[in-house]
Design a protein around this ligand. Structure first.
Ligand code: V0D
Length: 254
């Protein structure tokens, strides 16, 4: 048996053989980070964008295969228009400085969500980045942009209903697999479902993110606001994920 002291002193290390293949992150707490410093909310978003770069490179170096980031939800349009306008500049700014680093790290950009409602220059920055990184075959950096989980499921149901109505499929052909193939994560194939969801800033909710795909994911909630999250925070969250799996494996093998 371990004494209390030995257990408390045990510092788990990351197991490079068991890195989660798909990590999804709800990047929360940018506004609160700024308010704490008596800065405008947009200062938090600006710093949060820097964190996106840091965490992308860190995840890629750890061997993560898909990193999905919740950048803008279908509900964020309710924010003050000055803040929405600022947010819409961020993909442009992000790619104007970061595409060379993405290519150097072999990272491919993907976007899911209804981008058709975004301002034209934002849409162009996004589609250019997708094109410019199309040959990268390392980590996929998948932005959820103007995305909502219920909206995604609604669209899938409509499209399946249309196929049934056209006589292309029978109702009994509607399976878990078929539904997955109509979701926005379909291009990710067998990597569509996150192994690990991280939410920053202490909130413990899913908030309409990847409702279908999170069915079996491990959920890790961390107290740091997104601008304070870094490579070390990512490693800690992965260690927490690996600890949960080790206990499950231990029970299964007994
Ligand atoms: C603000 C924290 C990167 C979340 C991160 C339009 C809130 C910084 C992007 C981005 C945002 C999105 C798509 C893309 C490339 C970059 C981003 C938004 C907000 C909302 F293709 N950071 N970032 N987009 N913030």
């Amino acid at each position: 048996m371990f004494s209390k002291k030995e257990v408390a002193n045990e510092t788990p290390t990351i197991d490079m053989e068991r890195i989660p293949q798909h990590i999804a992150i709800i990047m929360d707490g940018n506004g609160r980070w700024a308010q704490k410093r008596h800065l405008p909310r947009v200062a938090g978003h600006k710093q949060g964008m820097q964190t996106v770069k840091t965490v992308t490179i860190a995840a890629s170096k750890l061997g993560v295969k898909v990193l999905t980031l919740y950048a803008f939800s279908t509900e964020n349009w309710k924010r003050p228009s000055s803040e929405v306008n600022y947010l819409m500049q961020l993909p442009i700014r992000f790619f104007s400085t970061f595409v060379p680093d993405l290519i150097k790290n072999n990272v491919r950009v993907m976007v899911m969500g209804d981008t058709s409602q975004l301002p034209e220059p934002t849409q162009k920055a996004v589609s250019d980045a997708i094109k410019d990184t199309a040959d990268c075959d390392g980590m996929i950096l998948n932005f959820a942009l103007n995305y909502g989980g219920r909206d995604e499921i609604t669209r899938a149901v409509k499209s399946i209903a249309a196929e049934v109505s056209a006589g292309e499929i029978q109702p009994d052909e509607i399976t878990d697999q078929l539904i997955g193939s109509h979701l926005m994560t379909a291009p990710l194939g067998k990597l569509a479902d996150p192994d690990l969801l991280i939410r920053t800033s202490g909130e413990e909710r899913i908030s309409n993110f990847l409702l279908w795909q999170l069915a079996y994911s491990e959920l890790v909630f961390v107290p740091e606001h997104w601008p304070d999250f870094d490579a070390d925070s990512l490693k800690k969250a992965i260690i927490e994920f690996q600890g949960r799996h080790r206990r499950f494996g231990g029970l299964k093998n007994k």
